[in-house]
Every structure is written in structure tokens, then in C-alpha cells.
Design a protein around this ligand. Structure first.
Ligand code: AMP
Ligand code: ZN
Length: 115
């Protein structure tokens, strides 16, 4: 997809720290980390939203979740981790190529802003 920053990372036109790769997706380090460890799992196939996926794409998501679990120790996430998929404006999505944030490496906050 032209002008998609994550397609450019996948095609090596933009450099990234790639920690895992298989035929279906890559894991890279996020350039603006929101936790001590912050990675992105990015499917090689471009789609902007979960709502754009067909049945085989959803199977691919299952593959990605299982691979993240398998790789978690190699990623330094032996104490646990959080997976986040931002969808749309209210979630603050900024890159419109589906990706799963993987956060960990510390105890993560889990509360509403005003509490
Ligand atoms: P989102 O807000 O869910 O769309 O997240 C996009 C994420 O991509 C943000 O956490 C950015 O820090 C991250 N990001 C943007 N450009 C790059 C890049 N070139 N390499 C790694 N991460 C990036
Ligand atoms: Zn893309």
C-alpha cells in the first residue's frame, strides 16, 4: 500500500529494530515507547481496521497471538504483557495498518484517568 509507514517497514524501505519475523507478520520495537518494553506486531498484509478483515485474515490474527505468546520470553516479557489494538479516533489510532501493541517490562497502570 503506497504511503503506508508500516508497509514501508515491512518492505525495508524504513529501518526498524525487527525482533521477530515469519511469513505472516513482524515484531518491531515502537519508536515512541509507552512502557519500558513496547513492541508492535504488524501483519504483512495491509488492512486499516479489524472491520476490513475477511475470514482468513482473522485466522492470521490467531496465528499472531499464538506466536506472540511463544516469543514472549525472548522479548523479555516473562512477568506478563498487555496487548492493545487501537481502532479509530477515540482510541487515538495514528497508523492505519492494523497492528497489535505489546507492552510490558514493568507493572502497567490499569485505571481511568480521573481516578
Ligand atoms: P497507533 O496509535 O495504535 O496507530 O500506533 C502507532 C504506533 O506506531 C505508535 O505507538 C508509534 O510510536 C509507532 N510508530 C510510528 N512510526 C514508527 C516507526 N517508524 N517505527 C516504529 N514504530 C513506529
Ligand atoms: Zn500498510
Amino acid at each position: 500500500m503506497d504511503n503506508c509507514i508500516f508497509c514501508k517497514i515491512i518492505d525495508n524501505f524504513i529501518p526498524s529494530e525487527r525482533l521477530y519475523e515469519d511469513g505472516r507478520f513482524i515484531i518491531v520495537r515502537d519508536i515512541d515507547p509507552k512502557a519500558r518494553l513496547h513492541y508492535l506486531a504488524i501483519p504483512k498484509k495491509h488492512y486499516a481496521y479489524l472491520s476490513n478483515m475477511d475470514a482468513s485474515d482473522t485466522q492470521e490474527l490467531g496465528h499472531i497471538f499464538a506466536a506472540i505468546a511463544r516469543e514472549s520470553e525472548n522479548l523479555g516479557l516473562q512477568n506478563g504483557y498487555r496487548l492493545i489494538v487501537n481502532q479509530g479516533a477515540d482510541a487515538g489510532q495514528t497508523v492505519f495498518h492494523l497492528h497489535i501493541h505489546i507492552l510490558g517490562g514493568e507493572a502497567l497502570e490499569w485505571r481511568k484517568n480521573n481516578e
